[in-house]
Structure formats: structure tokens, C-alpha cells
Design a protein around this ligand. Structure first.
Ligand code: CTP
Ligand code: MG
Length: 371
């Protein structure tokens, strides 16, 4: 049996609110529409029919130069009309009706759907819902048993002649349906569910296009020995040392590198901008408090810390016995599990200013997650 995939892209994408059809918006450099087309470029699919809108003609035809085997057909005012127009030109025995707005559909979902149509005349990808679903009617609320409740996706597969006759009947009856399976159900009885996939998400709102959830930040700081003080501070931990680090603040070179990494991850200026060393307010400032201020700022910018990795370069003092305390201190400061904080320390093999024992340099990398 031959298979036609129908990709629907003739909507306006009004809820997404972009200047153009949401399907023409790129996700990591490739438009949602192109991604959807690629999902059906499979040996199991014999034909791809694309329903598009006149207003998108230029963009669609320019894209189709890359996919000359795709058959374009003008869509209609409603999704139902677009499906109907596409069904009228589809040549397959089996049709897979797909919302172009689901560009992440996997090959297995498509194959499951085709197999289901071959065996049961229809295949509707469904995934169990994790929320409790409630139906509101004039009699009040009714609660379907959650274990029996599914969310329905596309592509939805049917025998072309069957679904076409359902559409013709619906048109005669002037009835509207929100999807193809409910229309099939109204005229031919229950369709068969096939295995869907939770990652087969539909793009509806602008926020659905924002796939970026993580950010990386990198920071470096150096301070020279020379302060008349018998300790240094690293990550808020006091470590005995023959000399302290010279700084306008308390000289916690490690926290300074961490703060720069945090600010850099969200595209903000460095600590010198927020806590200038020309400002007397920050003379001897407690870097732990400064770090708390920075954390609040990055949180206001929508991100929280997921993990931190720090490398300290110091010829002296010996840090081995302090590493775990530094890690624990950083973990509690950043509000992450201790296992998400790594601190390594090493000498510079007597090379350069670090090797000559003149100062300490710290490198910090943070991974941030959308809060
Ligand atoms: N669609 C279509 N023809 C229409 C309306 C919708 O081909 N007249 C397509 C859309 O392009 C989309 C799919 O049907 O791929 C599902 O519709 P939806 O997510 O509602 O997209 P839009 O209708 O474009 O969005 P909106 O309702 O927010 O305007
Ligand atoms: Mg719509």
C-alpha cells in the first residue's frame, strides 16, 4: 500500500504572535516547516503533500527548491479545509495527516502509525497524560480515569478513501471537528491508537520556540600575595598562609572568578562593573555577600546554577586539606548539591608568576539552567 504524508502549514500562527507564520520561524537554524518535511523523508513514505497559504507562497516555494518531490497545494481558511484540499490531491492508499507545527516527530512514531493503519485501518499516536483531566459540562465536572486518558498527536493515519468520505460527509453536514480522529470517530467509529511520543510537541505559543534552557559562563581572576595577613580566603574558607592576597575587597580570588562566570553566563558585565575598586563601599568587602548579590541578579535574569567547576593555580599554600570544605561552602552558597561542585588545585610547576609564588589564579565555569 502506498503512503502519502500530508503536512499542514496553511495556518496563520496567530497565538505564537510572530510577524509571519510560526512554521517559517527557525529552530536552531532550520525552520519548523523544513524540520517537519524532513521527518517524512523516509523510505516508508511515497509522497509528501504540503498545504500552504497564499501569503507564505514565496517562502514556501523557495524552501521547496530543496525538496522538489514535495507536492504543494493551497490550504484553506480552516484546518479542515486545508486537510480536505490536500486529501483531494494525495495519491496514496494510506494518508498520514500531520500538523507542520509538530517538527519533532520521530521515525518510530510515523512507522507505528503506518503499521496501525495497515492492521486496523487507522493509527492515532497517543501518549498517556500525566495530569488528571476533567470534563466540564452542564451537569458539572466528570473525571475520566487517568489510566485511561491519552493525549492525541499527529500524524494521524487513515485509509485515504475512508477519511476522504468522512470529510465529504462532514462538509455536507456543516460540522466542524478539532482533529481528524474525532471526525473519523463521528462517522466510522473508534479509530485505533498507536504509540505516540512525549517529545512530539506542538508549537503553539512563542515560548514553545525558545528551546534554549541552559547557559555556560566562564570567569578568571588573579590576585598577588603581599598583604600583611596570615591567611587567604578561597571560596569563603580561611586558609593559613604566610601572606594574604592584595585586593580592594577581602581578596577571595576564587569567589571573584565564580562571580564573573555567573555574570558572564547571563550576558551581564563583570564584577568590576558592579563592585568597582574605586568605590570605598567595597573596601574589604566580604566576597560571600557580593556573591549572594550576584546570584540574586542572575536569578532576576532568569537563571539558576546547575553546576560549577573551579580550577585553582597556586604554588602555595597547600590546598589539599581544604578542597572539600571549599566545595561544601560553595554548594551551600549556590544552593546546589555538593556533587555539582568540583574544585581542583595545582601548582604551575614553578613557571610564571604562579610558579614563582607571586599570586594565585582561579578559573571557574558554571552551567546555568532556566529558573
Ligand atoms: N493549519 C492549516 N490550515 C489552516 C489552519 C491551520 O494548515 N487554515 C495548520 C497549521 O499550519 C498547523 C496545524 O494546522 O500546522 C495545527 O494548527 P495550529 O497549531 O492551530 O496552527 P495555526 O492555526 O497556524 O495557529 P493559530 O491557531 O495560533 O493561528
Ligand atoms: Mg489554529
Amino acid at each position: 500500500m502506498s503512503v502519502s504524508a500530508i503536512i499542514l502549514s496553511a495556518g496563520k500562527g496567530e497565538r505564537a504572535g510572530f510577524e509571519k507564520n510560526k512554521l517559517l520561524i527557525e529552530l536552531n537554524g532550520i525552520s519548523a516547516l523544513e524540520r517537519s518535511i524532513c521527518c517524512f523523508c523516509l523510505p516508508e513514505v511515497d509522497e509528501i503533500v504540503l498545504a500552504y497559504a497564499k501569503r507564505d507562497e514565496e517562502d514556501v516555494f523557495s524552501l521547496l527548491r530543496k525538496y522538489p518531490f514535495v507536492k504543494p497545494v493551497l490550504g484553506g481558511e480552516t484546518r479542515m479545509q486545508s486537510v480536505f484540499n490536500a486529501l483531494s490531491v494525495a495519491s496514496g492508499d494510506i494518508v498520514l495527516i500531520h500538523d507542520g507545527a509538530r517538527p519533532f516527530v520521530k521515525k518510530e512514531t510515523v512507522i507505528n502509525c503506518i503499521e496501525s493503519v495497515k492492521a486496523h485501518k487507522s493509527g492515532i499516536p497517543a501518549v498517556p497524560v500525566s495530569d488528571t483531566v476533567v470534563c466540564l459540562s452542564s451537569d458539572g465536572l466528570s473525571y475520566p480515569v487517568r489510566a485511561n486518558t491519552y493525549a492525541i498527536q499527529t500524524p494521524q493515519g487513515f485509509l485515504k478513501d475512508e477519511i476522504l468520505s468522512c470529510y465529504q460527509q462532514a462538509e455536507r453536514d456543516g460540522k466542524t471537528f478539532t482533529d481528524d480522529s474525532s471526525l473519523y470517530n463521528a462517522y466510522l467509529g473508534s479509530p485505533t491508537l498507536s504509540k505516540g511520543d512525549p517529545t512530539n510537541k506542538k508549537l503553539t505559543y512563542a515560548s514553545d520556540f525558545n528551546s534554549e534552557t541552559e547557559r555556560v559562563g566562564f570567569g578568571v581572576d588573579t590576585h598577588a600575595f603581599g598583604k600583611d595577613q596570615p591567611y587567604i580566603l578561597l571560596g569563603g574558607v580561611k586558609i593559613p598562609c604566610e601572606s594574604g592576597l592584595v585586593a580592594h575587597s577581602d581578596g577571595d580570588v576564587l569567589l571573584h572568578a565564580v562571580m564573573d562566570a555567573l555574570l558572564s553566563a547571563v550576558g551581564l558585565h563583570d564584577i568590576g562593573h558592579y563592585f568597582p575598586d574605586t568605590d570605598e563601599t567595597y573596601r574589604g568587602a566580604d566576597s560571600t555577600l557580593l556573591t549572594k548579590t550576584v546570584l540574586k541578579t542572575v536569578l532576576e535574569n532568569g537563571y539558576r546554577v546547575k553546576s560549577l567547576s573551579v580550577a585553582v593555580q597556586a604554588e602555595k599554600p597547600k590546598l589539599k586539606n581544604y578542597i572539600d570544605r571549599i566545595r561544601e561552602n560553595l554548594a551551600s552558597l549556590l544552593d546546589v548539591d555538593c556533587s555539582a561542585v568540583g574544585v581542583s588545585a595545582g601548582t604551575n610547576e614553578k613557571l610564571g608568576y604562579v610558579g614563582e609564588g607571586k599570586g594565585i589564579t582561579v578559573y571557574a565555569t558554571v552551567l546555568m539552567k532556566k529558573a
